[in-house]
Every structure is written in C-alpha cells, then in structure tokens.
Ligand binder design. Structure first.
Ligand SMILES: Nc1ncnc2c1ncn2[C@@H]1O[C@H](COP(=O)(O)OP(=O)(O)OP(=O)(O)O)[C@@H](O)[C@H]1O
Ligand SMILES: [Mg+2]
Length: 339
C-alpha cells in the first residue's frame, strides 16, 4: 500500500485549558480530495496548522508526504501548499510581484517560472488585479491570491483552510471547479462550513466537533447508506408512535414534529428493506390518514445534523478567550509552501 499522503495518529492539541484537538486519527491516500467539516471552533484550523508544521501538537503525531511534521518540517513544507484561514500578505506589494517573489522563495525553477505564474493567476482568476497593491484587495481577491500562492510550486498535497470563504457565488463555483481539477493528481484536504461544497467536490468527508473526530466516510458510503423514510400520519400522535415501534417492518422510529393532529416520524426499514407499501396499507387499515410517505436518502446534511447538531447541550461556554494565534512572526514569510 502506498504511503498515505496524510497520516494523523492520536493528534491532540491544547491551548492552555482549551482542548482544541482531542485524539484525532485519520489517513488520506494520495490523490484523495477530502472535505474537513465541523462547526466554528471544532478544531479544523488547529489541525491544519499542525499538518502544515506551523503549530506543534501536544500529543500524537502527523506525517505528511511520509515526513514527520514535527521533526521533518522542511521536507513537509516543500510538499504542501497551504492556504491559511487568514491569508498573510505584504500589503505594499503588487499581486504579480508578490507571487513572483513567493515562487522564487519556493524554489520554482527560473525557466518555467513565468509560465507557472501565469497559469496560477489564470486558474485563480486574478488576472484583472495582477498589478494591484495587495493592501487594496477585497477579501475574496485576497483569498484567491492565497490559493494561487498555495498552488505555485505545484505541490503534491494541498491543505486549504476555507478556500471559498469571502467569495461571491460565481467565484465559489469557479474556485471549487479549480480545486476539483486538482483531485487525482494532488491530495487535497479542504475545510469549509458549506456542506454542498463538500458534496460537489469531495470524495470523502471527515467531520470533527469539539476537537473530536465524529465521522469519516466516503461520499459513496453516505449515498448508499440505509435510507430513512418520512411518514406523516393524521391520528393520535402518541398512539401512532407506539404502534409504529411495534411494526416488524421497521427497525427504528423517531418522532420529528407534530402539527395539530398530524405527526411526522422518521423510520427505517428492517434489514434495509423498503417498508413503504406494507406500512401504507397498515396505517390506512388502522383508520388513520396517511399524509405523506417519502424516501429520504441519507445526505451529508442529515449525517452532519446527526453527529453535530443533535449533540446534548453543553452546560458551560468556552472557558477562556483565545489568545493571539501562534505561528510565524508577522514579518516572516507567509505560511504556505516553503521552498
Ligand atoms: N491561539 C489560540 N489560543 C487559545 N485557544 C485557541 C487558539 N486558537 C484556537 N483556539 C481555540 O481552539 C478551538 C479550535 O479552534 P479552531 O480555530 O481550530 O477551530 P475551527 O474549526 O477552525 O473553527 P472555525 O470554523 O471558526 O474556523 C476553539 O475553541 C478556539 O477558541
Ligand atoms: Mg478555522
């Protein structure tokens, strides 16, 4: 088996009392395009900073392109393009001038450097602003310059922290298409809050919440997982619910919402069978009204809701205010591929 592009084992990171990443393990194979999902504060950026060597882990280890992020950081940086959450840019430089400087820094060979620069500028749709000062760019354009920077040295692995944040809908689509084209030849780990973005470009999704890994599945596994059915019955809700739970065709019954004398349940068939016809006949035979009976395929949204949104409420809020993020000094080279 090939060396994983990213190999994370029992990774843990505490910021003082805040446990930002809690014993997370996963592997990404070369060429995979993986979505890294989680609500605000889940630990996505912290994980990505550790993977790109900009932050040390408290426990556990990570290997990227076969190199240890802690002890072989230069080898890792040479192989990783990183788009950080907030892109550090030299405000007084012009876009093209900055990218040319970055390409040189990353060791992009002199012959072919201009062509590579042109390619990344076109791919990230920043041709129109290439002579603008970085300090005058809007957020979306800064993000696109950051993406171009991450792609400059054509690194085998790209770690992109919210690559579409701040982009307008047209740009989101174009950026996602550009990222999708990277798949196969490149390994991509991208974080986002937008589930549809993951559905659109990723082959696999990893969900973390409160620092813990909650789900790691391929989109295929999600699509083919056992479907649920929405059943809406007009009748005495509690009685209907109890009766549904007794039906041998159903393996699970969950009340979703009640509206007057109508109650909606989410049910699953026993052994993955489709219970709809049998259920429809039985509900009618009971003298109740059947308002709806619909197949509800497992989607990323239902899974995300299951693992993240339906967690029990926490008694206390976050204990401390986050301190200034560690990492390179402001006047150091921006966090992306070193070269
Ligand atoms: N430098 C820091 N000092 C203290 N706590 C921090 C620091 N950076 C992050 N944290 C805390 O670690 C946790 C994880 O933060 P992180 O930025 O990794 O989350 P995230 O998943 O990227 O969130 P978002 O979706 O909002 O970007 C949060 O509770 C955050 O407040
Ligand atoms: Mg983040």
């Amino acid at each position: 088996m090939a060396t994983p592009a990213i190999d994370v084992q029992n990774l843990t990171k505490s910021y003082g009392p805040v446990l930002a990443v809690d014993d997370v393990s996963f592997r990404v194979q070369p060429g995979e395009l993986v979505g890294f999902l989680g609500p605000n504060g889940a630990g996505k950026s912290t994980c990505m900073r550790i993977l790109t060597t900009w932050l040390p882990a408290s426990r556990g280890y990570a290997r990227v392109a076969g190199f240890d992020v802690m002890y072989e950081s230069m080898q890792v940086r040479q192989r990783v393009g990183y788009l950080p959450e907030s892109v550090p840019l030299y405000t007084e430089m012009r876009v093209r001038e900055y990218l040319a400087y970055r390409a040189k820094l990353k060791g992009v060979p002199r012959e072919g450097r201009t062509a590579r620069l042109d390619y990344c500028i076109v791919k990230c749709r920043i041709k129109g602003v290439e002579n603008r000062l970085l300090g005058t760019l809007s957020k979306g354009y800064r993000q696109r310059v950051g993406l171009a920077d991450a792609m400059l040295a054509d690194p085998p692995i790209l770690i992109l922290d919210e690559p579409t944040s701040g982009l307008d809908p047209v740009q989101i689509n174009e950026t996602l298409n550009a990222i999708k084209e990277l798949g196969g030849r490149h390994t991509v780990l991208l974080s986002t809050h937008i589930l549809t973005e993951v559905e659109k470009v990723c082959e696999r999704v990893i969900i973390i919440d409160k620092g813990k890994l909650k789900l790691d599945k391929t989109m295929k596994e999600i699509e083919t997982s056992e479907p649920a059915y929405a059943v809406e019955v007009r009748g005495p809700g509690a009685v209907v619910g109890a009766w549904l739970k007794e039906q041998p065709e159903l393996s699970s019954v969950e009340e979703k919402k009640a509206d007057g004398d109508c109650t909606e349940f989410e049910v699953r068939g026993t052994g993955g069978t489709d219970p709809r016809e049998a259920l429809a006949a039985k509900v009618l035979a009971k003298g109740w009204g059947l308002r709806a009976l619909a197949l509800r395929r497992a989607s990323l949204e239902t899974l995300f809701n299951d693992v993240v949104l339906r967690r029990p409420p926490e008694p206390a809020a976050e204990p401390v205010e986050p301190a200034a993020p560690p990492g390179p000094a402001p006047d150091a080279a921006p966090a992306a591929t070193a070269g």
